[in-house]
Design a protein around this ligand. Structure first.
Ligand SMILES: [Zn+2]
Length: 73
């Protein structure tokens, strides 16, 4: 059983166009755009639903790995 965080006053929707699922996570818009370049410019934070957060994590994980390799010792 994982404890749920307290619900915030306003439920937000996923910012990915055409999704509209309830947001599960919030990212900085710039961060979210690394995986979803067509996000609308609306504020500085990007609410993402669980599914899109997973896609984002996957996309940025690869990018981070490449970044680390590229930087080298
Ligand atoms: Zn979504």
């Amino acid at each position: 059983m994982t404890p749920e965080p307290p619900v915030e006053d306003e439920p937000e929707r996923c910012l990915v166009p055409g999704c509209g699922a309830p947001a599960d996570r919030h990212l900085a818009l710039a961060e979210a755009r690394k995986a979803f370049p067509d996000l609308p410019e609306k504020g500085r934070r990007a609410p993402l639903c669980r599914e899109h957060y997973r896609s984002w994590k996957k996309a940025t994980k690869d990018a981070r790995k490449l970044d680390r390799l590229a930087r080298g010792p």
